[in-house]
Design a protein around this ligand. Structure first.
Ligand code: SAH
Length: 593
């Protein structure tokens, strides 16, 4: 068990001098030298274990001025003489790679480095190291993406394996995605932010809105705040592209990020943006398990026998004219997609998907199927909704099988009822397929029994955001009720204040459940009164909801959920059933029409 959480950083080593002492393992010395020079530092190697090592290193880095190899034993003054002149000759980092018999020398070097504040790593000796290099993936395309994993001494082979698993799950165009997002961010910062800052001569009120000249300080919680579409201030209008980009980075399938262009973030509202992206994502996905999604080529043959259903069987069921289904796709995990939803996805001519529909589900759409993802960014919800309805209607008039894929359940805060009426009024009555709602699955994945004898005998699902952003009617407090508030986290302080003033118990347990059933699910338990502070502290990972009631802590040991002013919350990360996702994706991909 690790009690301290070491501080992971990415060090800028340009121009530094790193001293390598000993060549106990020649292979790792050579890799270390390579890593040192790749970081922009100079490598100086002393105390060869043999003359042969000296020759080998010299040969390897022949003619490279960034590498100096000395055929001499280590002396303590090397620490203070081989470094850069302007820091008094002190070397910037030390890597020790000596045989076990040299334990005394290792001790001396370590102590001296501590005194001189030189960061030191002693190979295989964490007790004589102030830092440890991590098992790292650096994007060979040089996008800047690096992924480092550590188990903090519990097995570097394991760390390496975990790193490989993470890298294998990235889409093949991840380098382009990183570069593209970086370029768009820079351009937006240059054009919009700089213009605003010069227009308003100061940026303090911009920071209040959640913006800064550096994307790292774009505050996702503030950026996800409700924006009143038709009453945006001039400033908000100008920062619209920032909001859109921030949301795209957070919600859109990773593999689509490579193709987002500046025009698609522009004010004008005409590009075929999501449509293009959705289809390109399907073509460019690198994940072998997703490749099987409906393609019939040999390479993509699914690992389980395909279930063959003829297109005729399907067409017989559908009307002559266009047909529309409103389909719930569940809260995120592919394990929560219904068979009915899968069937609809596989047989659609046109899929109109919500922004929140998870990537794994979108990847089940056969590659030839026209797909459009809603552009419901803050301040754009109404227009995006109308755009979807129009596209759906046009498809229906062309006789298409239209699938309106909605997140969770279509009738739980999904505007499903409105869409039902719209299409019915135009002569196309939708078939509606339920989905597992985030409201009742978030609780399950968070060990919250929404009802339990002697704890909770009723459940209420409500919203934290009423029409036009006003607070909704506040329900009364019932101590035996589990209340689920959707769309509530961006305004938790106003909501909690209203609940408390209506007599809700400030100590009642509450859970902030974010990205329920997704691999990056986060569950934060606290007491009702601490919710706003906790949300502020942990930041947001949308979408998320709030569950309040005694059931929140019913299945957890008491010491985990005893909260007070010094311990205000308890976090659990990750969704463990997602380990079955690969198998489930294969299963779902095997279904062909
Ligand atoms: N029809 C959807 C809800 C749409 S409203 C359903 O039945 O789940 C959107 C809100 O749902 C979000 O603001 C958030 O509060 C909640 N939500 C959706 N997916 C979620 C998830 N995976 N984890 C937590 N909350 C989620």
């Amino acid at each position: 068990m690790i009690y301290n959480t070491p501080f992971i950083t990415s060090l800028n080593c340009a121009g530094e001098v790193h001293l390598l002492v000993g060549t106990q393992s020649l292979g790792s010395t050579i890799s270390r030298v390579k890593a040192v020079i790749a970081s922009g530092a100079q490598a100086k190697v002393v105390n060869m274990c043999s003359e042969n090592d000296f020759k080998k290193i010299q040969e390897h880095f022949y003619g490279d001025e960034r590498v100096c190899v000395f055929l001499k034993p280590f002396a303590l003054q090397d620490l203070t003489t081989l470094g850069r002149q302007f820091v008094g000759g002190i070397v910037d980092k030390v890597f020790v790679n000596l045989p076990q018999e040299e334990a005394l020398l290792m001790q001396d070097i370590f102590k001296q480095c501590l005194k001189l504040r030189i960061p030191i790593n002693t190979s295989q000796r964490p007790e004589m190291s102030t830092f440890s290099p991590l098992s790292t993936y650096s994007d060979p395309e040089k996008s800047g993406l690096q992924i480092a994993v550590t188990t903090n001494g519990q097995g570097c082979l394991l760390a390496n394996r975990i790193k490989r698993e993470i890298v294998a799950r990235l889409p093949s165009n991840i380098s382009k995605a990183v570069t593209n997002m970086g370029q768009l961010r820079d351009r937006i910062i240059n054009e919009d932010h700089t213009e605003l800052i010069t227009t308003y001569h100061q940026n303090s009120d911009l920071q209040e809105l959640g913006y800064g000249v550096d994307e790292d300080v774009w505050d996702s919680q503030k950026l996800n705040k409700l924006v009143y579409e038709f009453s945006m201030t001039e400033k908000e209008q100008k920062l619209k592209r920032t909001r859109w980009l921030s949301q795209i980075m957070q919600y859109y399938p990773l593999s689509t990020l490579a193709d987002v262009s500046i025009d698609q973030l522009a004010d004008s509202y005409r590009s075929e943006y999501a449509e293009k992206n959705a289809s390109s994502s399907k073509q460019s996905s690198a994940q072998p398990d997703h490749k099987a999604r409906g393609d019939t080529s040999e390479e993509n043959t699914p690992a389980v026998p395909a279930v063959a259903v003829s297109k005729d069987d399907v067409l017989k069921i559908s009307n002559e004219k266009g047909r529309i289904a409103l389909v719930g796709s569940g809260p995120g995990s592919i394990s929560m997609l219904t068979l009915g939803a899968l069937h609809e996805i596989k047989t659609a001519d046109l899929v109109l998907a919500d922004k929140l529909v998870p990537e794994e589900v979108l990847q089940l759409i056969p590659s030839g199927t026209e797909t459009f993802i809603a552009r419901k960014f803050p301040g754009n919800a109404e227009r995006a909704q109308n755009e979807l309805l129009e596209k759906g209607l046009a498809g229906l008039k062309d006789g298409k099988r239209v699938v309106r894929l909605k997140q969770g359940d279509p009738y739980i805060f999904g505007r499903g009822g409105e869409e039902y009426l719209f299409f019915s009024q135009h002569g196309f009555e939708p078939e509606v397929l339920p989905g597992l709602s985030s409201a009742l699955t978030s609780t399950v994945v968070s060990k919250i029994p929404a009802t339990q004898r002697d704890v909770a005998d009723q459940v209420l699902i409500c919203t934290g955001t009423g029409r036009k952003g006003a607070l909704p009617d506040i329900p009364e407090f019932v101590s035996t009720r589990t209340t689920v508030f959707l769309m509530a986290l961006h305004r938790s302080s106003v909501l909690i204040e209203a609940l408390l003033s209506k007599g809700w118990d400030p100590e009642v347990p509450a859970a902030i459940i974010e990205r329920a059933s997704c691999p990056d699910q986060r569950i934060t338990r606290t007491s009702l009164k601490y919710v706003p502070e906790v949300v502020e502290e942990i930041g947001s990972r949308p979408p998320g909801l709030l569950v309040v009631g005694r059931s929140v802590t019913a299945l957890l040991s008491e010491e985990k959920v005893r909260f007070n002013d010094t311990r205000k919350f308890y976090i659990e990360e990750g969704y463990h059933y997602d380990q079955h996702n690969v198998a489930l994706t294969k299963l779902a991909s095997a279904y062909h029409i």
